[in-house]
Design a protein around this ligand. Structure first.
Ligand SMILES: *Cc1c(COP(=O)(O)O)cnc(C)c1O
Length: 236
């Protein structure tokens, strides 16, 4: 088993280096600065021992999609390393906002007025002020979270202007079976007309393309940590 975990460490370090190289190639190919692209290493379903080698390799920005899972893993990992930046990239229920504010440095999944109002209230109360992305359902998929493209401008106004939330950008998860660049273009267009600078888009399969379409944050899981076990039902 020692040999196995040793090789897993080497593997995830190699993967990380490889992804960083591809990010810098994509950035160069469209005359963007590599410093303008943040790699969010998506560590969902990966145990602490699997995340540690990636931290040891110098990586600091991670993403989790379940509050409860993050709560179990990250306080320890954060206690070992000062400058971890943890992103929430999965759905946030209003009854988990307080926990989320204590845990996450960035919340990428702001997607409805009720959540916006709860965040505003508890940010005021706790003093926590994570950067926020609004999730946009660019494919208008019934089962997917996110504000519809048509309703996005109004939602930005509510969040940023009325509730004074620190919204810095937009996030999307394109439909699996569609050309992602169409969705990346749409997200960029909505962000620009609302004066939002950050775009979280692109995953293992398409982050190179996302960078060419302006991604400032790419969320990469399997290409760093390997394939995940099948999803268990959410406890959140
Ligand atoms: C799991 C997940 C990712 C990473 O997906 P990979 O295909 O493993 O890179 C990115 N974004 C969100 C919202 C996710 O849930």
């Amino acid at each position: 088993m020692v040999a196995d975990s040793q090789s897993a460490i080497i593997q995830s370090r190699d993967n990380l280096a490889n992804i960083k190289r591809r990010i810098s190639q994509s950035a160069q190919s469209c005359d963007r600065s590599v410093a303008d692209v943040t790699l969010v290493a998506v560590s969902k379903t990966i145990q602490g021992a699997g995340i540690e080698p990636v931290i040891a390799a110098g990586h600091r920005v991670f993403g989790e999609n379940r509050v409860q899972e993050a709560e179990a893993k990250w306080p320890d990992l954060k206690a070992q390393t000062d400058d971890i930046m943890l992103h929430l990239i999965g759905p946030l229920q209003t009854n988990k906002v307080r926990v989320a504010l204590g845990l996450f440095d960035v919340i990428e999944t702001l997607d409805r007025p009720k959540l916006a109002r709860r965040l505003a209230l508890l940010m005021e109360e706790t003093g926590a002020r994570p950067d926020l992305f609004i999730q946009v359902n660019t494919g208008e998929e019934a089962q997917k979270a996110g504000v519809l493209p048509d309703e996005c401008d109004e939602f930005v106004k509510l969040c940023r202007d009325e509730l004074d939330l620190p919204v810095i950008g937009l996030m999307c998860i394109p439909p699996a079976d569609e050309e992602p660049s169409l969705h990346f273009t749409l997200l960029r267009k909505i962000a620009r007309r609302n004066g939002l600078a950050k775009l979280s888009m692109g995953m293992s399969a398409d982050f190179d393309i996302a960078i060419e379409f302006g991604a400032t944050h790419v969320r990469v899981g399997t290409a760093i940590f390997g394939s995940r076990p099948p999803l268990k039902p959410s406890l959140d």
